[in-house]
Every structure is written in structure tokens, then in C-alpha cells.
Design a protein around this ligand. Sequence first.
Ligand code: SER
Length: 320
Amino acid sequence: MLSFTMERVLIIGAAGQLGSELTQALVTIYGGDNVIATDIQPQALEKFDYCRTKVLDVMDKEAVKGLVKTENVKQIYHLAAVLSATGEKNPLFAWQLNMDSLLSVLELAREEKLDKIYWPSSIAVFGPNTPKVNTPQYCVKEPNTVYGISKQAGERWCEYYFQKYGVDVRSLRYPGLIGYKSLPGGGTTDYAVDIYHKAIAGEHFVSFLKEDTYLPMMYMPDAIKATLNLMHAPRENVKIRSSYNLAAISFSPKEIFESIKIHYPDFSISYAPDFRQAIADSWPDSIDDSRAREDWGWEHEYSLEKMTEDILKHLPSYSF
Ligand code: SER
């Protein structure tokens, strides 16, 4: 660990759901002077008063390159992306943003000989012809969302840059991420964050997925732990250079509702599936992540019940 402590770390898309919490964790490791949180939205950076910040458009290749060179950046966490539901509204833009930005970061890593790149993939790489239960690391993948197609293609590019150029790029196929410190934006799994906000506001919740739709999910502290474990694993332990399957829990809207109702007995739910139902139906119910467990010791901590307890304890007094 010690050898990483002085490295400059650049986070692209830091103000998003994952970045908001990952930035905090990276600052505790590398220090606020060595972490540069960037985002396209200036106001969104205001919350990062504990590290360096910069407004950055990932599509502006020269700006990204200039920052990397002048600040002697050694690691990039490239988190900016258009997610599954938003992607369907503007597919060509989603493709362009997700792919062009990854390729320019990989190319920069090759040219500037950066130490490490992190890029998130997703359960969205799987599709309707993928085995749904305990989805294996290697299986048929025929994603039918533009987000999933971009993540699948991105995985191929990551492996390509590792094999051809030795770029140390690491990646996880995140399940739906659930946290109380940040809000998701435009994903199919967002309902599992919104539901807690409605419960503590004393409001009725309308689920955009059917009651029995199972999806792989994960509490944010587990996702942060997995990301840091992967990024700090010895290079030779990271044997998969496309992206690792990663799992924790799996539940339906009815089950998460019931876990909340134990604490908020008056809480109510109804179901009004929309276009996101078809996206959820094309994704796995649960994931086999044994390769992550074998290669770099992944273990999750939070069950559905433990996550619900923790969120309901902290969310009411949390300010955004
Ligand atoms: N949470 C993401 C989404 O729903 C999946 O990676 O789009």
C-alpha cells in the first residue's frame, strides 16, 4: 500500500453515484492533495471540499491529456457514463460518450505509461440469452440496451489494451449499487435507492419494476471495498482483464419493500412497470462471482436486512 500513497489519482465523473463515495475513500488512502475530483458540472464539485477539484469534460481529449501531464497523474478512475435507462432515450449519444471517453482514457494510459486505470462495467453486459441464475463469468452475452452494448465493447477494449500494450486496466461488472450518500442517475436499478427516500418521507412508493423482478444488487460500502481491493491487488492476481463478475445480494421490489416495512409499518407500495421492466428482464437474477473471490479475495459484507437497517439509520439525518 505504501508505494501507492504518493500517486496522483484523477477521478473522471466524480460527482456521480459511485464517484461521490469512491472519491472520499481514495482521499483517505492517497490524501486530498493527491486526489483530483473532476466532473462536467461545476456545482456538483462543491461537495468535494476535502480534495482538489476541476471542471472537466471527458470528451475534451486535450483537456484530459493536459491535466494528466501537468499534474503528473498516475491513476485514472474513469466513472463518467450514460446509464441504462437514460441511454435508451438517446442511444447514439450514450454510445459516443461511453465509448469515445473510454478509448481516449485507454489511449492516454498507453501514451503516458500510466500506472493503473479503473473503469466500471455492469451486469448490463448480459442479455436475454444469458443464463439468468448464478450467471457465470464466461457465457453468452447479447446485451440489448445501448448501455450494455457499450459496456460489453468497452470490456473488449480493456482486455485489448492490456494484452497489446500492457495497460494495467481493471474493471468490475457492478450489480445495482445502493447507497444513501448519493443519488443514482438514469439506471434501471435506481428504484432500490428511491424506495428508501420515499419510506423516510412517509410517502407511498410506486415501483417501475414488477414485484417479483429479481436483480443483482450491492450496498455501496461493499462496492467501494471491492473497487479498492481490486485496484490494490498485485498485478499478477488480476487475471481477468475484461471485467470481473461481482455479486453480493439479489432481491425483488417486494423483498426490499418488506425489509423496509419492518421498520416503517405504514409504508406502502404499488407497481407500475414501465420501459425499464424490459431492461430488467434482460439482466440476470443473480451472479456467480467466484473468480473475484478466488483471484483477489472478494467477500461481501451486507445482506439486504443489514443494508436496510444501516440506510434507515443514517439517511434521515443525511444532507445532500
Ligand atoms: N445500475 C446500472 C443501471 O441500472 C446498471 O449498471 O443502469
